[in-house]
Design a protein around this ligand. Structure first.
Ligand SMILES: Nc1nc2c(ncn2[C@@H]2O[C@H](COP(=O)(O)OP(=O)(O)O)[C@@H](O)[C@H]2O)c(=O)[nH]1
Ligand SMILES: [Mg+2]
Length: 330
């Protein structure tokens, strides 16, 4: 091993990558359940458990409609965990948000604006850090790298509201559309819904994260993984119920849901796309999410802010001049 390589690998070993994921969508579509499920599959590093205060929602699932209404997410909250994924250390922040209302257009717009404000305020942190004379080398990257948008599986594709929300979100963040509670659909229904959503996204030119394939940089093996990931959009999810279940054939404990006719294993790729989604987020596309956030979304936001600042300065100058002229006329 050359000296260079060993230095490189040493650095990589210690480098902790930050990754921040947010969930948004209408209420009771399974956002909090997804966060709980993801949390339960993470390899959380020992010391992280002591220093992090975890939200109660991670430990209480709600199986009845009454429970769900009582424990629905009222406020945006986030928590950060130090996890290890395929030998890499990640400081992972998960952001859960209150569900959008269905019957009040005005309130809905305010809620979407609030979610966007949260995303933009993370860009503001970076902007403030950049303009400091002495930058903090340990500054946290709090930008939202991926935002999961939950789609109601009782519709036949995207609704007008979904389209309006998605257009606003995709201007600021990498959006991954997901369909939760996939256990409530048959295989054919799910396939039809996925196709309808894909068609709607295309028809309305909504630029969700599309797992771009860079021909020049790709080696054939990776290209296959990427093309594969694209085909999952929208990812289907099933969250487990709070019950001790075991695989009827192997007897192994599983995270799943039990029905009169069988048991669903939420980690079985044949049952839903959770494992695939987890993999693109935490491993295969993690760096790409971060690069695009910084190079496309943050750059865009920064340019807009600088131009707005310049414009407001120019207006004040002109206004000042006009005021002086008006005064001299008196
Ligand atoms: N059948 C089914 N129910 C689910 C699934 N995920 C969540 N739920 C239920 O849907 C309700 C709302 O879930 P919650 O995660 O609180 O939704 P949120 O409002 O989007 O955060 C709860 O009663 C959950 O138990 C799923 O994959 N399948
Ligand atoms: Mg919730």
């Amino acid at each position: 091993m050359s000296a260079n390589m060993s230095r490189g690998s040493r650095r990589r070993k210690h480098a902790v990558s930050q990754l921040n994921i947010m969930v948004v969508g209408f209420s009771s579509l399974g956002k909090t359940s997804f966060i709980r499920m993801l949390y339960n599959t993470l390899c959380v590093r020992e010391y992280s458990k002591e220093k992090t205060e975890l939200p109660a929602s991670l430990f209480q699932s709600s199986e009845t409609a009454q429970d769900a209404a009582a424990s629905s997410t009222q406020e945006l909250y986030s928590f950060t965990l130090d996890v290890e994924e395929e030998g890499e250390k990640i400081s992972l922040t998960l952001v859960d948000s209150p569900g959008f209302v269905r019957d009040n257009e005005l309130r809905l717009d305010v809620q979407v604006t609030e979610a966007l404000r949260y995303i933009e305020s993370q860009f503001d942190h970076t902007l403030a850090e950049e303009t400091k004379v002495k930058r903090n080398p340990k500054a946290q990257d709090s930008q939202i790298h991926a935002c999961l948008y939950f789609i109601d599986n009782t519709n036949n594709g995207l609704t007008d509201k979904d389209i309006r929300i998605l257009k606003r979100l995709t201007a600021r963040v990498n959006v991954i559309p997901v369909v939760a509670k996939a256990d409530l659909l048959t295989t054919t229904q799910l396939a039809n819904l996925k196709q309808a959503i894909k068609n709607d996204l295309k028809e309305h030119s909504i630029p969700v994260f599309d797992f771009p394939v860079d021909d020049e940089l790709m080696d054939p093996e990776v290209e296959e993984v990427v093309a594969n990931a694209q085909s999952f959009i929208p990812f289907s999810l099933i969250a487990p119920e709070d019950a001790d279940l075991s695989d009827p054939t192997t007897g192994e404990k599983i995270r799943g849901r039990q029905y009169a006719w069988g048991i669903i294993d939420c980690l079985n790729p044949k049952h839903c796309d959770f494992v695939e989604l987890r993999n693109v987020l935490l491993s295969s596309h993690r760096k790409l999410f971060k690069d695009i956030t910084l190079e496309v979304f943050y750059e865009q936001y920064r340019t807009e802010r600088l131009m707005a600042r310049k414009a407001s300065k120019m207006i004040t100058k002109e206004q000042k001049k006009k005021l002086l002229e008006d005064l001299s006329e008196i």
